[in-house]
Design a protein around this ligand. Structure first.
Ligand SMILES: [Cu+2]
Length: 500
């Protein structure tokens, strides 16, 4: 801090010398935020459930940093087992990325200090061990900007997670066993299927009707979907949580009548993609994975596991309550919160939609419409790896370039190089692909070139191609993986090996 007066200087230096006298442990505690990985109890559908969580010093789930504040956090593991927490979308030094390949695990009782420049925007943090993430060891990480403070709008966080009363290990065992029973789940190795077989498989047939303006020709890669069926939702969870609650007892958030809200939606679900649904209200998507995009107006927005969407909403002039729902893709389950001005009537919304048509499966329509506000500077690619995404439901195994984690071949790049990486999904499931330590731009969908959104996680639908561009960062192995926890658990991970 710069001090302009002698009096200020004296005050500051006195404080500094006082601090020097304190033992190191106490000084660190007073400077840094505290974050604790611990168990907690939530109530789901009237039943108590013990889940994991990441709490701040006030016992609240998650962290909110002030404008300009560094990510300076002392993380304590209060669990009975090891953990490692990843700061999803932030770009810390690799040694602080919170990943099991290069960072030591946190032992029970251990506290570790983290300190790096925080990127402003909507982020989250979670255990990088799939079973722990399924068990809700995840929380919002909001880094506010000066603009956020100056704007006349209320910020609302919507944190989505899928939930099972079974233990995470049981969930994974069922998913891997291939008889988990979800829509499209457990029907073999995803052979090509005729239209006749699509009946009863929720999602695609009705979904195409709902997509309205979708132009299959433009997408280039979606044509094949007419003749095949994708695998959706390979596990049926017991509940879908919005801020830890379900629609039978949703969070009701007090808002200003006809005011403006910035919704910070985070899909922390282990295996579930959603459509955010504003009913008849048109919202404006203004940021993807923490980075600004040109406003994209719609009443429904697709959000895959790991992704975040910031949506500006002008609340109804008539002062009525606005439910913000998250519809499970290709299914009838839904969750959500209610934005309610004072005096608004609040109607009960069933957790199962009565609509005849479940919402479509997520495709590339929305991605094709998004444009980054500050795109990457144009430059030719120094290298353009093709990354093949593969796998089958039975055996339940998911691969990158035909290999499982542990037997993977790292994808090489040199620091500073422009890399254009094409994900080519040869499987019948969608894969939300997440690259650590980098922000990338979506620059290609099928064979079409776009100046798309900035992201850290991109959904790659079945049998499609998505190309991302980024400048390779710190010299280190950076994890590159699918954010579907069942896929990650069974091997769908590799490394971007950035060399000097
Ligand atoms: Cu996947």
């Amino acid at each position: 801090m710069t001090c302009f007066t002698r009096r200020g200087f004296l005050a500051a230096s006195t404080a500094a010398s006082a601090a020097l006298l304190l033992p190191a442990r106490v000084r660190a505690a007073s400077d840094a935020r505290r974050l604790v990985a611990a168990t907690r109890t939530i109530e789901v559908q009237g039943r108590a459930a013990t889940v994991l969580g990441l709490m701040d010093e006030g016992g609240r789930l998650g962290l909110t940093l002030d404008p300009g504040e560094r990510f300076r956090v002392d993380l304590t593991n209060d669990l009975a087992h090891e953990t490692i927490i990843h700061w999803h979308g932030q770009i810390p030094p690799n040694a602080q990325d919170g990943v099991p390949n290069t960072n030591p695990m946190l032992a029970p009782g251990e506290t570790r200090a983290y300190d790096f420049a925080a990127r402003p925007g909507t982020f989250w943090m979670h255990s990088h061990i799939p079973a722990q993430e399924i068990g809700l060891l995840a929380a919002p990480l909001i880094v506010r900007s000066e603009t956020d403070l100056a704007e006349d709008r209320q910020e609302v966080v919507l944190f989505l997670h899928d939930f099972s009363f079974k233990t995470p290990d049981e969930v994974l065992a069922e998913v891997k066993g291939g008889h988990a029973g979800g829509q499209g789940g457990g029907h073999g190795a995803a052979p090509a299927m005729g239209h006749g077989q699509m009946q009863g498989m929720q999602g695609m047939s009705q979904g195409q009707g709902m997509m309205g303006g979708m132009n299959h020709g433009m997408m280039g890669n979606m044509g094949a979907m007419g003749a095949m069926e994708m695998d959706l939702n390979d596990f049926d969870f017991d509940a879908y949580l919005a801020n830890d609650r379900t629609l039978d007892d949703p969070e009701v958030i007090a808002v200003e009548r006809a005011g403006r809200v910035r919704l910070r939606a985070i899909n922390a679900s282990s295996m579930t993609a959603y459509w955010l649904d504003l009913g008849t209200v048109i919202g404006r998507l203004v940021a993807t994975d923490g980075d600004a995009c040109h406003p994209y107006a719609a009443s429904r927005f697709a959000i895959a596991p790991g992704q975040r969407l910031d949506i500006e909403i002008d609340l109804p002039e008539d002062g009525s309550a606005l439910p913000v729902l998250a519809l499970r893709e290709g299914a009838r389950e839904r969750t959500g919160i209610i934005l309610a001005p004072k005096g608004a009537e609040i109607h009960r919304i069933p957790g199962l939609s009565e609509a005849d048509h479940p919402p479509a499966s997520m495709d590339l329509t929305q991605e094709a419409a998004l444009r980054a506000l500050s795109p990457l500077p144009e430059r030719p690619a120094d290298r353009a790896p093709m990354v093949m995404l593969g796998g089958t439901m039975s055996p339940y195994q998911w691969t990158i370039d035909g290999r499982l984690w542990g037997n993977h071949a790292p994808i090489p790049a040199r620091s500073g190089e422009r890399v254009e990486m094409m994900f080519h999904n040869m499987s019948m499931m969608a894969h939300p692909m997440h690259l650590h330590g980098h922000v990338f731009q979506v620059v290609g969908l099928g064979m079409s070139r776009i100046a798309g959104a900035l992201r850290d996680t991109v959904q790659v639908p079945p049998m499609s191609m998505v190309t991302i561009a980024f400048d390779a960062g710190e010299v280190a192995p950076w994890m590159l993986h699918c954010h579907h926890m069942g896929h990650l658990e069974t091997g769908m991970m590799t490394e971007l090996a950035v060399g000097a």
